[in-house]
Design a protein. Sequence first.
Length: 93
Amino acid sequence: MTIDERIAKLDEKKKQIEAQRRQLMARQSKEQRAARTHRLVEIGATCEAVLGKPIEKEDLPKLRAFLEQQEQRGHYFSKAFNSMPAENNLKGI
């Protein structure tokens, strides 16, 4: 095998490895998006369960303002999450 043939073979392997890397990166990105979507759905479901009614799109600014106020007034929301063990954060929901 000549040097040029060996170089060509290595270039081909490099292309294959780069393609595999792109596939893995795409899979990782897809899994991360799915996990985020699942988390957001769970958060929305939890809010609806606590409120006892569906949260409509027009309710979102009020919900956001409420959460921001809680943080500005004393970080109540953050403190609540940091003071509870993770398994108790969604207890009863």
